[in-house]
Design a binder for this molecule. Structure first.
Ligand SMILES: [Fe+2]
Ligand SMILES: [Fe+2]
Length: 250
């Protein structure tokens, strides 16, 4: 049993907590995104969904304790990614929170009231060993994405991908030029794109060597279905309750 316990601890896992889609009847779907990353013994929350009630309820049903988080990363200042933040900060005072440096002064001072240690992200850097931010990327709204290095390649986690999902993939390749990209997951922001545009994006993913794709949140059903058609069993229909074991992405 000890052996199993150790093996279990070594596994790195991503669990989707909030999403427009759900994979389990006991978890609520709601517009927004939030996922938990257990990686190298650390517990990282990426975004907080749109609503603290849904976030807290889904977390409880997934057995996740907000007091056990080591850090919080917020992709961008949109309500459907920041909505549950006060519930998290209330349960976990002094939490380190990585936000794009363009966040409004008023929002940052609100977070400090909860004792949050705000780290304003400008450039790409390694936050924890193997866990990176892309830095604040220019777009309709400035946004950062997370990069997670694993034995199977690098994972890219996006909130809404306002800077453009292809541009985020290309940025990841500049930051970690020797890495293969195992998976791109999260919101791809393709709701208003034509099928042809989406197919071109998929072609760019394949050119970049992206092995798995998991479009959810604001990607749209058409994009999900086109990605699924082109990626086959390397497409993951992500939703609340999805669990991805990083070492299994080979
Ligand atoms: Fe969003
Ligand atoms: Fe957004």
């Amino acid at each position: 049993m000890m052996h199993n316990g150790r093996q279990h601890q070594k596994r790195s896992v991503i669990k989707v907590i909030c999403d427009n889609y759900t994979t389990r009847d006991d978890l609520e779907a709601s517009w927004g995104f939030s996922c938990l990353i257990r990686y190298q013994g650390r517990t990282i929350l990426f975004d907080t969904g749109s609503d603290s009630v849904v976030l807290e309820q889904n977390m409880a049903r997934l057995g996740i304790d907000p007091a056990g988080l080591d850090l919080l990363m917020i992709s961008h200042q949109h309500w459907d990614h920041t909505g549950g933040i006060y519930a998290i900060l209330n349960a976990n005072r002094n939490l380190r929170v990585f936000v794009p440096c363009s966040f409004s002064a008023h929002f940052k001072s609100d977070l400090k009231r909860y004792g949050a240690q705000i780290i304003e992200v400008q450039e790409a850097h390694e936050i924890l060993p193997g866990f990176f931010t892309t830095g604040e990327l220019e777009g309709l709204l400035p946004e950062q994405a997370a990069l997670v290095r694993t034995s199977s390649g690098t994972l890219i986690i996006t909130g809404c991908a306002h800077p453009g999902i292809v541009s985020i993939v290309e940025t990841a390749k500049i930051i970690l030029p020797k890495d293969e990209i195992a998976l791109v997951m999260g919101g791809f922001h393709l709701l208003h794109y034509s099928d042809d545009d989406i197919l071109q994006i998929i072609a760019r993913f394949k050119d970049a060597g992206v092995r798995y794709a998991a479009a959810s949140h604001c990607s749209g059903d058409r994009a999900r279905n086109l990605f699924a058609r082109e990626y086959g069993d390397h497409f993951i229909y992500l939703g609340a309750g999805s669990e991805i074991i990083l070492e299994n992405l080979a």
